[in-house]
Design a binder for this molecule. Structure first.
Ligand code: AMO
Length: 435
């Protein structure tokens, strides 16, 4: 039986013969000996030493099984253990033109993502991502929320028509889901607090370091809640995921050179900043917005926040900030209007510190059938496409709310990688749909 490399690198195996399997990661041939770094499929790496003649013809990424004796030598790379190879069995000799070397352009790494997944950087990111997903799931399960699955092929827009992917569905028109929210809303009447992780699709025309055309959307919805309840869930969930990821993935974060000092401080409560106060702060800093004709003017109440204003607001923050009470006009039709402050939405976006930008959006949903029908029309949408959704306001409507968190946005903050494309294994953007 073969061992994982991480298992074999242990005092228990020193002097013993073991078998490992993996791929040739680096290869250095000297006159008598060949030094082969072998990596396995969980990021384990060990140096194997062979007589040079026994590995003639071996190439980078060839798949091999090595039998040999483990020894300990402080000078050995990768943690002081090495393997003196007695026998090597080759499964596949990789083509000599393996395209991923030590220094490659970001574009090439993306074009060859099916192979660059084998780099240690991508393995580290994939492991962190697995923890983030697992910890998110566990938090919901441990706190009594039920996991559900919503459809991906849908009939109506949630987040506005401009980012919809249209598709031909037999002889009808349908769309790829932008958010599971409306379906989760339907589920809370019989299932209580629910959550899901589903791919969401946005035909984003912008090429930014924080937009994908397909992203993993963690969404939650619950009946009988207040806005404060929904904010509480988010700050607890995000803090739980971060504190445990930095513990579980200390090695991977160190590999990515992510200094986690700031992440260690992430714990509830997060600041609640009113939208009006946010605009005041931005004004006091002379923040301007660009009009459609290219002219600039001072930011004012009524403007939406964008990547630049979010950066300005959070650049010195140590923790995420909830911005609460956006004008209803810049928010989608489902956002509930604050009865005490007409024109304002009972909703909040959570902005990660240091300019990482919005990681969640959520709040209370409009539960009155007349108001929501008007808002649907005002957005230029056809109420007929929402007939089933409107039924939820007709039959036993209750105060309810929820939120959506972009896993890749959270990942970009945790890993501090420059581009959101590196937080997902096979990114989809405006210009990339393969591999
Ligand atoms: P929103 O459109 O703000 O709200 O999306 C929620 C969260 O999803 C993430 N996100 C994205 N991540 C990567 N690429 C994108 N193109 C992208 N677009 C959004 C962000 C964002 O905060 N239904 C509502 C949420 C709600 O009210 O429950 C919604 O989808 O992290």
């Amino acid at each position: 039986m073969s061992l994982r490399i991480a298992q074999a690198k242990s005092p228990d195996f020193v002097g013993k013969e073991v078998k490992i399997r993996g791929w040739v990661y680096r290869l250095r041939k000297q006159k008598e000996n060949a030094f082969v770094l072998v990596r396995d499929d969980r990021g384990g790496v060990i140096q194997c030493i062979f007589p040079a003649t026994s590995v003639a013809g071996l190439t980078i990424e060839s798949s091999i099984e090595v039998t040999g004796v483990i020894s300990q030598d402080a000078r050995a790379p990768e943690g002081g253990y090495e393997l003196k190879g007695r026998e090597v069995r080759t499964y596949n000799i990789a083509g000599a033109d393996y395209p991923i070397g030590e220094y490659q352009s970001d574009e090439l790494l993306l074009d060859k993502r099916h192979l660059s997944l084998r780099t240690r950087r991508m393995v580290a990111i994939a492991k962190i991502r697995a923890s983030v997903l697992d910890l998110g799931r566990r938090w919901f399960v441990d706190n009594g929320w039920m996991e559900v699955t919503a459809p991906i092929i849908v009939k109506g827009a949630v987040e506005g028509g401009s980012t919809l992917f249209k598709l031909k569905y037999f002889d009808q028109e349908a769309y790829l889901s932008q958010s599971a929210q409306l379906y989760l809303e339907a589920m809370i009447f019989s299932l209580g607090p629910v959550w899901s992780i589903t791919p969401s699709f946005r035909a984003e025309k912008s090429r930014t370091v924080r937009h994908l055309a397909e992203f993993s959307h963690l969404e939650a919805e619950a009946p009988w809640v207040t806005l404060e309840d929904i904010l509480g869930v988010q700050e607890k969930l995000v803090s739980h995921v971060i504190q445990n990821t930095i513990k579980q993935n200390a090695e991977e974060l160190a590999y990515l050179k992510r200094d986690v000092t700031d992440l260690k401080k992430i714990e509830p409560p997060f600041e609640r900043l009113s939208y009006n106060k946010a605009i005041e702060i931005l004004k006091s800093k002379g923040f301007t917005v660009t009009e459609q004709d290219g002219s600039k003017r001072e930011i004012r109440v009524g403007d939406d926040l964008n990547i630049d204003s979010e950066r300005e607001l959070t650049k010195d923050a140590g923790k995420p900030i909830f911005v609460i009470g956006y004008p209803i006009a810049v928010k989608p039709f489902y956002v509930k209007e604050d009865p005490e402050h007409k024109g304002t939405g009972l909703a909040a976006d959570l902005l990660a510190p240091k300019g990482f930008g919005e990681i969640t959006s959520g709040g209370m949903r409009e539960d009155d059938i007349v108001s929501i029908t008007e808002r649907i029309k005002k957005e230029g949408l056809d109420p007929a496409a929402y007939d089933w959704y409107l039924d939820l306001r007709k039959y036993g409507s209750v105060p309810h709310g929820g939120f959506g968190l972009g896993i890749e946005r959270l990942m970009r903050w945790i890993t501090n990688v420059d581009d959101i494309k590196d937080t997902v294994l096979f990114p989809r953007t405006m210009s990339r749909v393969a591999p």
